[in-house]
Design a protein around this ligand. Structure first.
Ligand code: NAD
Length: 312
């Protein structure tokens, strides 16, 4: 039976943002160089690296993928790219060691070349809802690209209410996010809560609430423990976002509120694609192409932060 649910592919959403990027790159006197550092043998990372390369080259960037056979050499490659004036931005494909060493390596990337927005300063600004790096408000703080991609997807889908003030446009919306990793789930919960949403952040152990309080009285979100069950949280949510890295995980369709918006950022299919069409209003099954668009957008932003404009 036909349903009103719209399944929206990431490629369609990415088109809009890639067009903006292309317009900006056309203003450059010389193509910007993005370096990808691949030190793991994960086929998904290789695929993602190749997609980044294809999209970047198509839009007029110079993309160089450096495959590093020995994980231990990664740190030196990062420092080499930091020193190289011909490198404008760098992306490291994680996980590499799969432990805290990966966090250390992330911080080795120069803040001026960090297209992924994972530098401590960027992350700290994001959690504190600080949007600029300088007091003149000329240098925008870079946002982590996967959470930013989800924000842009929600904007595209019309979830953000443009009649409300900038920064409050998710006021009244309830969101459940199944993932609280430091790379995606936790920053995403903070970003959406800072924009006015009430967010249930779910991980394998517990559920937390991120919000700015009654009437958005707080400038930045607060985090509280949540005593509700996943079912209660999900059934009251306008938006459900999944990111569980497991083939066996499926979000229970019976927990989804009629007309909810669903976004899956996991490389695995966390929703039962056919069943959710009967209940959701919009469903985005994958987001990778939008993440790449955000990466390139961040690269241009780094350039503007460095020289004040795209031209040198
Ligand atoms: P991670 O392993 O660091 O984190 C997984 C999170 O999911 C944790 O918070 C964990 O507690 C939670 N979780 C796992 N099982 C759960 C369950 N049954 N119920 C509730 N919570 C559960 O992984 P990550 O780096 O956040 O990546 C997650 C997925 O997102 C992966 O599939 C990855 O490939 C994908 N990813 C996609 C993009 C993109 O742009 N498309 C970018 C980054 C990551």
């Amino acid at each position: 039976m036909a349903t009103p649910c719209k399944v929206v592919p990431a490629s369609k959403i990415a088109q809009k943002y890639l067009k903006d990027v292309e317009q900006l790159t056309s203003k450059l006197d010389k193509p910007l160089t993005l370096v990808g550092l691949l030190a793991n043998d994960d086929p998904a990372a290789k695929l993602y690296a190749n997609w980044t390369g294809k999209t970047a080259s198509k839009l007029g960037f110079n993309y160089k993928l450096v495959e590093i056979p020995q994980k231990d050499q990664l740190e030196e490659e990062i420092y080499q790219a930091n020193r190289d004036d011909n490198v404008d931005g760098m992306i490291v494909y994680f996980p590499v060691f799969g432990d805290r060493q990966d966090q250390y390596l992330q911080q080795c990337v120069s803040i001026d070349k960090d297209v992924e927005g994972l530098n401590f300063q960027y992350i700290s600004n994001m959690y504190h809802n600080v949007r600029f790096l300088d007091s003149d408000h000329k240098k925008k703080s870079i946002l982590p690209c996967t959470p930013l991609a989800v924000v842009k997807i929600l904007e595209y889908l019309g979830v953000y209410n443009n009649l409300l003030d900038y920064g409050d446009r998710l006021y009244g919306k309830t969101v459940t996010i199944i993932n609280r990793s430091e790379i995606v789930g936790r920053p995403l919960a903070a970003l959406l809560a800072n924009d006015g949403a009430t967010v249930y952040s779910v991980d394998i152990n517990d559920i937390q609430i991120y919000e700015r309080g009654d009437g958005l009285r707080l400038k930045q979100h607060q985090v509280k423990e949540c005593t509700k069950s996943l079912e209660e949280c999900a059934k009251s949510s306008d938006i459900i976002i999944t990111g569980v890295p497991s083939k066996d995980y499926k979000f229970p369709t019976e927990y989804i509120k009629r007309g909810a918006v669903l976004v899956n950022f996991s490389s695995e299919k966390n929703f039962d694609g056919e069943a959710v069409k009967q209940v959701a209003s919009m469903y985005v099954p994958m987001i990778g192409k939008v993440t790449i668009a955000m990466l390139l957008r961040n690269l241009l932003r780094l350039r503007i932060n460095k020289y004040g404009s795209l031209e040198k």
